[in-house]
Design a protein around this ligand. Structure first.
Ligand code: SF4
Length: 208
């Protein structure tokens, strides 16, 4: 029986063999990470990158974003999914950052999740990627693969987050998201996973 560490090691090595780059680490402002994460919901990576870049060129600080006209933000966000909702959420988030937090992104989960459009997943991503605070960011890929591989048997992302925090050491929490997401986009796809090429086949509960 494979350990959780071996499972992640096999996934990581396989991604390396496929030429998938390691995640960016450091040097990205918390505000940029927060904006990019909100934009990314239900949006392809390439579109997220482009839209976030344009948005941050127009409004590089929370106060500039808060002061930008809603119709202009909607236009910038149009290529992303749910652009009207995201425009409203980002403008309101920016206003609250200026009013409550002196124009900076807070570091703790409760203050982050009090912002519009920021759930546990986004908060964990911002904490881990922007502040280096260990956090497990559970999205659909992380939840699906954790259960398919038998690492966990959970029903909700919240249970998956708690389970992964239990079975992995704290210093590995933040990096799990990148491995699971990349693996979920390339190998363990939601529909028709590429099991024949998967390094976990043979001991995978979904495809033993
Ligand atoms: S064997 Fe198939 S279902 Fe299991 S982890 Fe690999 S790709 Fe996913």
């Amino acid at each position: 029986m494979r350990t959780p560490a071996e499972t992640v090691r096999l996934m990581t090595e396989h991604l390396g063999d496929m030429g998938v780059p390691a995640p960016l680490s450091g040097g990205v402002s918390p505000f940029n990470v927060l904006v990019g994460t909100v934009v990314s919901l239900r949006t392809r990576d390439a579109v997220t990158l482009e839209v976030t870049k344009r948005l941050l060129q127009r409004a590089p600080t929370p106060c500039e974003l808060a002061g930008a006209p809603l119709c202009e933000l909607e236009e910038l966000l149009r290529p992303a999914g749910f652009f009207r909702v995201k425009a409203r959420q980002l403008k309101e988030t920016a206003r609250l950052l200026c009013e409550r937090h002196g124009g900076v992104v807070p570091r703790n989960r409760d203050e982050l999740t009090a912002l519009p459009g920021v759930g546990g997943k986004t908060a964990a991503f911002v904490m881990g990627m922007a502040f280096g605070i260990p956090a497990v960011c559970v999205d659909v890929h992380v939840h699906r693969i954790s259960n398919r591989t038998g690492l966990l048997a959970t029903r909700t992302p919240e249970q998956t987050e708690a389970g992964l925090m239990r079975i992995f050491p704290r210093e590995e929490w933040t990096g799990l998201n990148h491995v699971f997401v990349c693996f979920g986009q390339r190998v363990c796809l939601p529909v028709r996973p590429r099991c024949t090429a998967c390094p976990l086949k043979g001991e995978c509960e979904w495809n033993p």
